[in-house]
Design a protein around this ligand. Structure first.
Ligand code: LRH
Ligand code: MN
Length: 388
């Protein structure tokens, strides 16, 4: 299939949001590897994220995680972001690193602990106001490890009440993005294990509560694009946390483990125009670069999402629906595979060049000397990230 430039117009205003924590050290319970030049504070994380945007022209927002990105003056951090040409994106709360939350946070049996967790979100909402962020992203790590440990229904009722208090404290132009995960850090039951549970809580809260789909948070073999379709049908797909995995929540580079799955997800997105900014679906990355260079890893991730969307935009929708209507099983499948098997890399490089961007962003970053300069100048202090 030849790639007609006009077929890729759907890429014009498409953006990806990158996570501040991808630039810090990360690892597994076995080891956290450190590398020279890793950022030591949110200011340096933003600078690294701005490098990704400089060479890809596609990632103008950076998600923050609180307290990992705590600073004394969020107005100053916003001004720094403005100077770098990026904006502060979703504010992520953190309910998974506090001893008080051993038995839960927003769903905890004790009202005092729930109050503490709700209060953390009120602080996050203040940070949204100071940074111009419109999205409060809550991944609920709560759950239990043994049958009978707590009432499954009681936890849902307490969670619903806590979420209502957070939602009520938000401004009218704020969104609450609720992320689910089928296991870890608890293993018998997570309190928001799946898209259905997140959706039910969002429907109970109101219009501005939307579901976050993290591509690493499903049981192996789950048809994720089906969930994407269903959440779009309900108008409740608020955001993606893109990454990829072979087994569990591996947080690897999106599209590296299963590029065909990413393409199938983008086909559902394009089929209803949800790739357009007005859909307000926030396409975010949520990854950790444990062994590979972090900025090149982020650049490759943004390019993988761009490439998957480009292939999805090539699907001959007329031929597809004709084959589907006609019950032409293999014909319909072939239409999709034609688009997927089309090499769009040259067309994307041409598009970048036409927009004054490097044809090869990875090579452009390598040639910039940015990494060597960071390793040279970022001496002293404590590197950000796990184990910091
Ligand atoms: C939980 C999660 C969540 C973030 C964290 C960094 O696994 O996906 O989105 O808070 O990773
Ligand atoms: Mn996530």
């Amino acid at each position: 299939m030849t790639v007609r430039p006009e077929a890729l117009r759907g890429l014009d205003d498409f953006t990806v949001e990158v996570p501040s924590w991808a630039y810090g050290n990360s690892g597994t319970r076995f080891k956290v590897f450190t590398t020279p030049g890793v950022p030591r504070d949110p200011y340096e994380k933003l600078a690294d994220a701005a490098e990704v945007n400089r060479v890809t022209g596609r990632s103008p927002r950076v998600s923050l995680h609180i307290p990992w990105d705590r600073v004394d003056d969020y107005g100053k951090l916003k001004a720094h972001a403005d100077e770098l040409g990026v904006a502060i994106g979703a504010i992520n709360s953190n309910l998974f690193q506090d001893d008080d939350y051993r038995l839960g946070s927003l769903a905890h049996p004790h009202a005092g602990t729930r109050d503490k967790a709700v209060d953390h979100h009120l602080r996050c909402i203040d940070i949204m106001r100071a940074t111009g962020s419109k999205d409060l992203k809550i991944w609920l790590p709560d759950g239990i490890n043994y049958a009978g440990q707590d009432s499954l229904r009681g936890r849902q009722d307490r969670l619903a009440e806590s979420l209502e208090r957070v939602y009520a404290a938000m401004d009218d132009d704020h969104r609450l993005l609720l992320e689910y995960k089928f296991f870890e850090p608890y293993f018998y039951a997570m309190d928001i294990p799946d898209w259905g549970t997140s959706l039910l809580h969002c429907l109970a809260l109101g219009e501005r509560a939307q579901v976050v789909l993290d591509t690493g948070h499903h049981a192996p073999g789950t048809n994720i694009e089906f969930i994407v379709m269903q959440l779009l049908r309900q108008n409740r797909l608020g955001a993606f946390d893109f990454n990829s995995r072979f087994y569990a929540d591996d947080d690897l580079i999106v599209g590296s483990a299963d590029p065909f799955q990413l393409f199938r997800i983008m086909v559902e997105i394009v089929s209803v125009g949800a790739h357009r900014p007005e859909s307000r679906v926030n396409f975010m990355l949520d990854q950790c670069h444990n062994i590979e260079e972090k900025i090149p890893g982020q650049i490759r991730s943004v390019l993988n999402v761009e490439k998957a969307l480009a292939k999805a935009l090539l699907v001959d929708t007329e031929a597809l629906s004709a084959a589907q209507r006609g019950g032409d099983v293999l014909g319909a499948h072939a239409v999709l595979m034609d688009a997927y098997e089309t090499d769009v890399r040259a067309a994307l490089a041409d598009r970048r060049e036409a927009r004054g961007l490097p044809r090869d962003p990875v090579a452009a970053f390598a040639a910039s000397g940015y990494a060597a300069k960071a390793a040279e100048t970022r001496v002293g202090g404590t590197q950000a990230g796990w184990g910091a």
